[in-house]
Every structure is written in C-alpha cells, then in structure tokens.
Design a protein around this ligand. Structure first.
Ligand SMILES: Cc1cc2nc3c(=O)[nH]c(=O)nc-3n(C[C@H](O)[C@H](O)[C@H](O)COP(=O)(O)OP(=O)(O)OC[C@H]3O[C@@H](n4cnc5c(N)ncnc54)[C@H](O)[C@@H]3O)c2cc1C
Length: 435
C-alpha cells in the first residue's frame, strides 16, 4: 500500500517496524519483514522510489544468492575489468572476472523490492521526511513532515547522512561521486566502450577511490568518479582524457544524447555500531560499505537478512534491547563481513598514498604469471582476504609492499590501523544472554 504522496498532516501512525529510507536497504528489508503478521511501514523522502539514481549498479554475482532478482533488472554481465593508472598508457592490467558481476537497472531494482514489500502488506509513505526521533519507555516516537509515527522497532536505512544514525551518535566520513549516463545519439551510433568489460582508472589526484566506465547493456555506459573534493573538475579531466572531449562537447557535436548527471555520497570507514535499544541501522547508514570500491549492495544485503531475522525474533519475544540486537543482528553481520571490510579499508588507505610510480610498480607485478593466475582464481571483489593472503606469498609483491609501507611512518600506520581498530564486534564477542 502506498500512502499520502501528497497528503495533509494526519494522526500518529502506530506500527511494529518503521523503516526510514525506501532505497535498496529499506525496500529489501521491508520485503523480508512484510507478510509475517507484523505491521511494517516505510518512509521515503522522495516521491518516486529509485529516483534520483545515484549508483553505478555493478555488483558481484554473489548478490544473486542473497536476493531474488528478476532477469529484467539485470542489464549486463561483465567478463573483464581493465585497470588503468595515469602513467600506464596502454599497459593496463586486465582481470578476467570469473563470477561475471551483474550491472543492475538500479531504479527497477529498488522498485522491485518495494513492489514485493507492498504486495506482502507493507505500507509506504512517499514524499515524507523524518525530522526528529525520541526514545520513549516502550516505543520510539518519530516526527516526520506529515505527522508522527510510534514504532516498536525503528530501522535507519536512510543512507550516508542518516538522521537515525545521528540520533544514535554516529556520523560518517564520506567521499562524493559524480556519474553521467551516456547514450549514443543515434540508434546506429556507438560509444568507445567495450560492452563486456568495465574500466577502473586510478590517478594520484583522485586516489580516494577511482574513476569508472561501466557498460550498462545496449549501447549505454555509466561514467563516474568519486573523490573527497574537487569532484566536478576531476570528472571533467577524466572524461576528457578518456573520451577526447567533455561530454557536453560530445553532445553539442551530436555524438551522444544530452548526458544525465547524478551524484551521491559514499560513506568511508569501518562499519559502525548498528544495534541500539529498539533501533537498528542497515546499509550506508551503518557504513556497511567496501572502502576500496565504494560498493555497498552486497554488504547491505547480508546485513538486511541478519536484521530481518533479529527483528522477527524480537517481535515474537517482545525483546528490544541493545544487547538483544547486538547478539542477534550486529554480531552475525560482522562475523561474516568484518575481516573483509577491514581489508577493504586497508587497501583504501594504501591507495591514498600511491604515487604514479607506485601504480606503475604494482601494475608490473600484477602482470606476473603467478599474480595473474591468482587474480583469475581467487580475486573476489567483496571478500578479498583470501586473495591478498595468497599473493603475500609472491616475493615481488611482499617485497614491494614492505618497501612501500616502510617508506613513511604514516603509510605504515594508515594501512595497519583498520586491522587494529576496535569495532563493535569486539565488544560483543561473547554471546551474552538477553537482559
Ligand atoms: C556514485 C555512486 C556509485 C555507486 N556505485 C555502486 C556500485 O556500482 N555497486 C555497489 O554495490 N554500490 C555502489 N554505490 C553504493 C550504493 O549505491 C549504496 O551502498 C546503496 O545505495 C546504499 O543503499 P541504502 O539503502 O543503504 O542507502 P541509500 O541508497 O543512500 O538510500 C537512502 C534513502 O533514504 C532516504 N532518506 C534519507 N534521509 C531521509 C529522511 N530523513 N526521511 C526519509 N527518507 C530519507 C533517501 O531519500 C534515500 O532514498 C554507489 C554509490 C554512489 C554514490
């Protein structure tokens, strides 16, 4: 049921679960919770689910095991990744990706899980924004632009700048992404993009992340870049270098349609505490994001499944304490994801210190037969620990890594810090009994 897109203020709504944010974390979670005999409500600030689209939509095929995704939501499968650095010219690294990542129609993806949730009985409140949260004795009171809500459980699926996370005392560091969707101007036209390969472009001047070119089925491509600052000018530099002109010039020349630009923030860091008294955080709101790629969809799918199990148990047992949600949601999620998220953060920290020479050295190591074999065999865009442990056995790699880390004490510190940092799991290792 979709309610009140343009409605007037009304009486407080009481429900079992209130989800803030109707993007992928909120919609997937709502689809898992709905139809189980509890009242599930979702509040979304935008009037249309999925828009504006702020994502490149490339996800490892693991997502197909975590979520039932209809075929028409999958626009493309990627066979290879070409990795470039500024200095590498033609000598880029090519990785055959054995699990063939999917490129999603991100708008349909979000809408599909909303449709599933509403079919199962969830209620959606579109075009409504949460403005305040109050913890009460036996519930959470939520103020929103069209009225109040009283919920037994509140879930923050409201992204990098989550009001629910801020209410719980959590604020994330973030970088900003800018992306253009480019489409050839005529049906017979093409753009210079291989339809089965994605491209990642590294450069010391935008090494908070990278720039990307993702073929999104048909002749369309998603071209983007994420960085901490100066994103617009770096995006122009990248596009001009990659395509020979700005996208606006290509449009004026009649080569492509008017490009559609989008942008968004990507939280960067180790995962935050995500379980509180009657409140859970899922997805970007809890920084459940791979810091070396900015990808959040696989991790939030794992988190949403754990959160749904915990919430259903909580509603049956009438137990809503922070300790209950810590042991039933936070600990199982972190057990699956934490080692990988630490490794992603260490890779992110290392790349931030890379010079052009470092990229060139690493590219030449990556082209060695042993590393190429391991890249094809064990590289995993979500869970990289096994791959990194394997290639640590290659003398050229660990020799280079040692020289790199010992070059400057700050590099040594930044790369090791994610492995030493205390995260919520450490506090909940012992499976403590619920209060
Ligand atoms: C440029 C870019 C490219 C990306 N590419 C990829 C990729 O290729 N692969 C990948 O896995 N990940 C990618 N990501 C990350 C991915 O998009 C996110 O991890 C994912 O969308 C997070 O989903 P979410 O539901 O947690 O939060 P979001 O998608 O951020 O959704 C939060 C929702 O909450 C709503 N909201 C916020 N505040 C309120 C409020 N107060 N009241 C009501 N509603 C509110 C918002 O309107 C929004 O709909 C990319 C991100 C960016 C920015």
């Amino acid at each position: 049921m979709v309610l009140e897109t343009h409605g007037q203020p009304r009486a407080a709504v009481s429900c079992d679960v209130l989800i803030v944010g109707g993007s992928i974390a909120g919609n997937f979670l709502a689809s898992l919770l709905a139809g189980r005999g509890f009242s599930i409500h979702v509040i979304e600030a935008h009037s249309i689910i999925g828009l504006p689209m702020k994502c490149a939509g490339i996800v490892s095929s693991k997502i197909l095991k975590l979520m039932a995704i209809p075929d028409d939501v999958i626009l493309n499968r990627i066979a290879e990744a070409h990795i470039f650095s500024k200095e590498s010219g033609k000598s880029h690294v090519t990785i055959r990706i054995k699990d063939r990542p999917v490129v999603l129609d991100r708008v349909r993806f979000d809408q599909h899980f909303m449709d599933l949730a509403t079919t199962r009985g969830a209620s959606y409140h579109l075009g409504e924004r949460v403005t305040g949260i109050v913890n009460q004795q036996d519930s959470i009171l939520v103020h929103a632009t069209k009225g109040d809500y009283v919920a037994k459980v509140l879930v923050g699926c409201d992204g990098a700048h989550s009001i629910v996370a801020r209410h719980c005392g959590i604020v994330h560091d973030f970088i900003t992404g800018k992306q253009a969707i480019i489409v050839p101007a005529s049906a017979l036209g093409t753009i210079d993009v291989d339809r089965s390969s994605c491209e990642l472009h590294f450069d010391p001047s935008w090494n908070d992340l990278f720039a990307w070119v993702i073929p999104a089925g048909d002749a369309t491509a998603r071209v983007g870049l994420a960085a901490r600052a100066g994103v617009a000018s770096r995006f122009t530099t990248f596009v001009t270098r990659r395509f020979g002109s700005t996208l606006e010039d290509a449009w004026h020349r009649g080569t492509i349609n008017k490009p559609a630009f989008t942008g968004g923030t990507i939280p960067i860091g180790l995962p935050a505490r995500c379980a509180f008294d009657r409140i859970l955080l899922v997805g970007d709101s809890a920084c459940q994001v791979k810091a070396s790629t900015g990808g959040g969809i696989v991790m939030l799918a794992i988190a949403a499944r754990a959160a749904a199990r915990a919430i259903l148990q909580a509603l049956v047992k009438e137990k809503f304490s922070r300790r209950f949600f810590t042991t039933r949601y936070q600990a199982p999620f972190l057990k699956q994801a934490l080692a990988s998220l630490r490794m992603h953060m260490a890779i992110h920290a290392a790349i931030k210190h890379f010079s052009s020479k470092d990229f060139a050295a690493l590219f030449s190591i990556a082209n060695r037969p042993f590393i190429k074999k391991e890249l094809a065999r064990t590289a995993d865009m979500d869970f990289p620990v096994k791959f990194i442990m394997r290639i640590l056995g290659e003398p050229s790699f660990y020799g280079w890594l040692l020289r790199f880390m010992l070059r400057d004490p700050r590099i040594f510190h930044d790369v090791l810090a994610p492995f030493l940092a205390r995260v919520p799991l450490d506090a909940s290792k012992k499976r403590s009994k619920d209060k």
